[in-house]
Design a protein around this ligand. Structure first.
Ligand SMILES: O=c1ccn([C@H]2C[C@H](O)[C@@H](COP(=O)(O)O)O2)c(=O)[nH]1
Ligand SMILES: [Zn+2]
Length: 161
């Protein structure tokens, strides 16, 4: 008889958990997004979260949503998925799976498709009725990138740091 623990976390819980933990690094006061890219043999290849590019200070650039484009966050934020793709130093992401806490926008969808990622597991889809997300799904379907909603298990994880 095996003495193996039975309550260990599943692969999906593990990778979505890493994506959610990455999101906690985001300085965006409204929406924090985390991403984790995984190989088909369950190795974490890269991670990312939404934030400003290197050299663009979190304290100097704007985090607000309103106002002129020059004065709000949207021109300046690098999305979590793109950061995860760009953070990868190992070569090809062909065949990889992306775990992400928010459904990718159209710009991220283009980067996902072009990087060779073949599968997306996402959590929230709060912008599903926006043109950006509808266009994203249109491109992902056309390119044969599969996407699945993460199924919450109800497990709560507490980490004391
Ligand atoms: O594909 C996506 C879409 C959005 N994000 C980031 C970009 C922004 O920092 C927030 C969205 O801000 P709202 O205030 O909810 O409009 O999410 C991303 O990382 N990936
Ligand atoms: Zn995006």
């Amino acid at each position: 008889m095996s003495d193996k623990r039975q309550d260990y976390i599943s692969w999906d819980e593990y990778f979505m958990g890493v994506a959610m933990l990455s999101a906690m690094r985001s300085k965006d006061p409204h929406t924090q997004v985390g991403a984790c890219i995984v190989s088909d043999d369950h190795k974490i290849l890269s991670m990312g979260y939404n934030g400003f590019p290197m050299g663009c200070s979190d304290d100097d650039f704007p985090w607000c949503r309103e106002g002129e484009p020059y004065d709000n966050k949207y021109f300046y934020t690098t999305h979590s998925e793109l950061n995860a793709i760009l953070n990868y130093r190992g070569g090809s992401l062909e065949g990889a799976t992306l775990y992400v806490s928010l459904f990718p926008c159209n710009e991220c969808a283009k980067a996902i498709i072009q990087s060779g990622i073949r599968r997306i597991v996402y959590d929230q889809d709060k912008y599903e009725h926006t043109p950006a997300v509808m266009a994203s799904k249109r491109m992902l379907r056309a390119a044969g990138v599969e996407f699945y909603k993460y199924e919450h298990t109800g497990r709560e994880i507490t980490i004391s740091l």
